[in-house]
Design a protein around this ligand. Structure first.
Ligand SMILES: NC(=O)c1ccc[n+]([C@@H]2O[C@H](COP(=O)([O-])OP(=O)(O)OC[C@H]3O[C@@H](n4cnc5c(N)ncnc54)[C@H](OP(=O)(O)O)[C@@H]3O)[C@@H](O)[C@H]2O)c1
Length: 325
């Protein structure tokens, strides 16, 4: 039977994900909100059978198999714990949690309950990224020496906005920087050294953070993230025999070029996907559930913990703490 989705939270990203799920034939069975009125409006807009007026009621719904957590980051741990404790598989939005301690707690609860937990780092399952990983594994660019990537946007300055409010997990690093950090983790593993510098909004949330991740044999990842400056949003993977340049916006469905060591284009790739492209992560968790597997090879729960550990270390360097810590 196709797993039945329950949507926890009705904000901006929940709307986009549900639109992709419905467009691509997934089964959205229920939605839960802190307010009955909001849940009902969301359910009627998307044609969802069940509207629940609390997250507790959503996770208790016997017609739900997998819960998508789409609340602000400081709630991910609590809301994912609620869903796992009710026996549901979980897809939890990025960043996985606020810190490593919370991440480890979720991963061990999922393992204990024999349930799937997957971080919704949707970029990992996009067709262009599958192709990029294939080319690298085939040796198309030789040994990777560096990754140069940004995730930068000009977002509102309103102190109450989620990107600026510390109590909602505000800051460029956790919200946007997690994408290039996850890319570096995917292709280079766990860093052996970290340098970082940041500027801050009046609220204390980081506005822009520059990061240098060091790996063994002198390899590096050079990362820039900002919520106050619209940058290129491109990614380059530089190898000894060539490079891959992923076009803007690299973390969404897009195109890329493979260059040889002389700088000539060897091949180009263009992707056309239905909707925004968030359905591929849903396909993955459904595949795991159907196969009785607990971890995706493309992003394991322990790698999500490792990415949180890298972000904890960056936060230590720039002096960023959240009120719940
Ligand atoms: N994958 C992506 O491309 C992507 C893009 C944007 C955001 N995200 C991630 O998704 C999560 C949600 O982001 P968003 O932009 O969708 O946020 P949002 O529009 O503010 O929505 C968050 C939802 O969470 C619920 N919520 C529970 N407690 C809340 C609180 N104290 N304050 C505000 N909302 C609360 C609300 O739903 P109810 O009122 O129904 O309870 C709200 O609609 C974040 O962790 C973010 O990093 C991912």
């Amino acid at each position: 039977m196709t797993p039945r989705w329950g949507i926890l939270g009705t904000g901006w990203i929940a709307r986009l994900f549900v639109a992709d799920l419905i467009l691509t034939g997934h089964h959205v069975a229920a939605v839960g909100s802190r307010s009955a009125q909001t849940a009902e409006a969301f359910a009627s807009e998307f044609g969802i059978a069940q509207a629940h007026s609390s997250y507790e009621a959503l996770v208790a719904d016997p017609d739900v198999d997998v819960v998508y957590i789409a609340t602000p980051h400081p709630r991910h741990h609590e809301d994912a714990t609620l869903a796992l404790s009710a026996g549901k598989h979980v897809l939890v939005e990025k960043p996985f949690t606020i810190n490593t301690t919370e991440a480890e707690s979720l991963v061990s609860l999922a393992a204990e309950r024999k349930l799937v937990i997957l971080e919704a780092m949707w970029t990992r399952w996009l067709p262009h990224m599958i192709e990029v990983r294939k080319l690298i594994a085939d040796g198309a660019i030789g040994e990777i020496r560096s990754i140069i990537a940004d995730h930068t946007q000009k977002l509102p300055d309103d102190p109450a906005h989620r990107i600026n409010a510390l109590e909602l997990g505000g800051g460029a690093l956790l919200d946007l920087g997690v994408y290039p950090i996850s890319l570096a983790s995917d292709l280079l593993g766990k860093p052996v050294g970290i340098e970082a510098t940041a500027t801050f909004k009046a609220t204390g949330a980081d506005a822009e953070t520059g990061i240098l991740l060091r790996y063994d044999h002198g390899r590096t990842a050079v990362i820039y993230t900002a919520s106050n400056a619209p940058g290129p949003n491109r990614a380059a993977i530089v190898g000894t025999e060539g490079r891959i340049e992923i076009d803007s916006v690299w973390y969404t469905p897009t195109s890329f070029r493979l260059y040889d060591a002389q700088g000539a284009i060897v091949s180009t790739y263009d992707s056309e996907v239905p909707g925004r492209g968030m359905q591929f992560q849903a396909d993955e968790i459904e595949r795991l559930i159907a196969a009785g597997l607990l971890a995706s090879e493309i992003l394991t729960p322990s790698e999500s913990v490792s990415i949180m550990a890298t972000m904890d270390q960056i936060r230590q360097k720039i002096g960023l703490r959240y009120p719940t810590e």
